[in-house]
Ligand binder design. Structure first.
Ligand code: F6R
Length: 285
């Protein structure tokens, strides 16, 4: 991961030669250690650029990470006062105060526990009368903020990033998207009455996500091992939208041993973390 340098927006992801130009996979022994590494990487970026534009994800994997960011705020004074956040997605038809909305999730796990200014936290409005116009507004708000500096991603079992379900165009922008039966089955477990889970969401597009200057994907648990191997080491395909991260010039995938268990080049990924100078500070406990 390159140290955040405050570089200008780079919509075509055309970096100067010698900068970025790679995806890295970092493997940590446990989900806790993988999450700690990501929390520290985010903390470093935020210290280097206090008004960081941070792209956020939701889901079970992120809960541990957000708890650690709260810890860094409370124990080390990590300052979010100027940070601006943009979430990847929100369900269509759920009001912000619904216990199942992603706004509610973010408040519960992060926003209410750090010194983020609520006016600087953005999620698509899934209750908007004109959802198409809401998607355009969301994209414009991201652009006006200067673009996402650091995009955080999880990995869905269907291989999605955000809610970019299979066959989402790799150039897609923020839009309304029908969720797959697999995603509905996976996420409806969070709802008291699974039938209440919305069937549609607004999600940043794959193209929108790829415009983030730096990207960190956090993946934990055995259930993700197969799809992680396909996303990272398999061909780039709109059937697995997470595979599009291979096109990004500055992306780090942080996985625990369980999630990494089916990666072919695990030995090399371990070597990188154990030897490359940019990881030295993170090797210290
Ligand atoms: C939600 C999002 C999704 C999740 C993914 C993994 O905002 O971006 O892509 O990151 O579905 O979810 P968990 O961690 O629950 O397996």
């Amino acid at each position: 991961m390159a140290t955040y340098t405050g570089r200008e927006a780079d919509p075509g992801n055309q970096r100067a030669a010698g900068r970025g130009d790679r995806m890295q996979v970092i493997i940590r022994p446990t989900a806790e250690e993988a999450s700690w590494l990501v929390a520290r990487m985010i903390g470093k970026c935020l210290k280097a650029k206090p008004d960081l534009v941070l792209g956020l994800a939701t889901g079970a994997t992120m809960e541990r990470l957000y708890a650690l960011l709260v810890k860094l705020h409370l124990s080390d004074g990590l300052d979010f006062s100027l940070c601006r956040t943009f979430n990847l997605d929100e369900y269509v038809g759920l009001p912000a105060d619904s216990p199942y909305s992603y706004r509610h999730y973010m408040k519960t796990h992060l926003f209410d526990h750090v010194n983020l200014d609520p006016r600087n936290t953005h999620l698509p409005d899934g209750m908007a009368k004109d959802l198409g116009a809401e998607c355009v507004r969301y994209e414009e708000t991201i652009k006006r903020s200067g673009g996402v500096d650091l995009q955080l991603l999880g990995l869905g079992k269907v291989g999605h990033i955000g809610f970019n379900e299979p066959l989402s165009a790799l150039y897609s922008r923020t839009r309304e998207k029908a969720l797959t039966p697999a995603t509905i089955a996976e996420n409806s477990r969070m709802f008291k009455d699974p039938a209440e889970m919305p069937r549609r969401a607004i999600t940043m597009g794959v193209g929108t996500i790829l415009e983030g200057r730096e990207m960190i994907m956090l993946v934990t648990g055995t259930a993700k091992a197969e799809i992680l191997a396909k996303a990272v080491e398999g061909p780039i395909t709109s059937m697995i939208t997470a595979s599009a991260i291979q096109l990004h010039p500055d992306c780090v995938v942080v996985a625990d041993e369980e999630a990494a268990s089916k990666l072919q080049a695990r030995e090399y990924y371990h070597w990188v973390f154990d030897n490359e100078p940019e990881w030295t500070e993170y090797r210290k406990k």
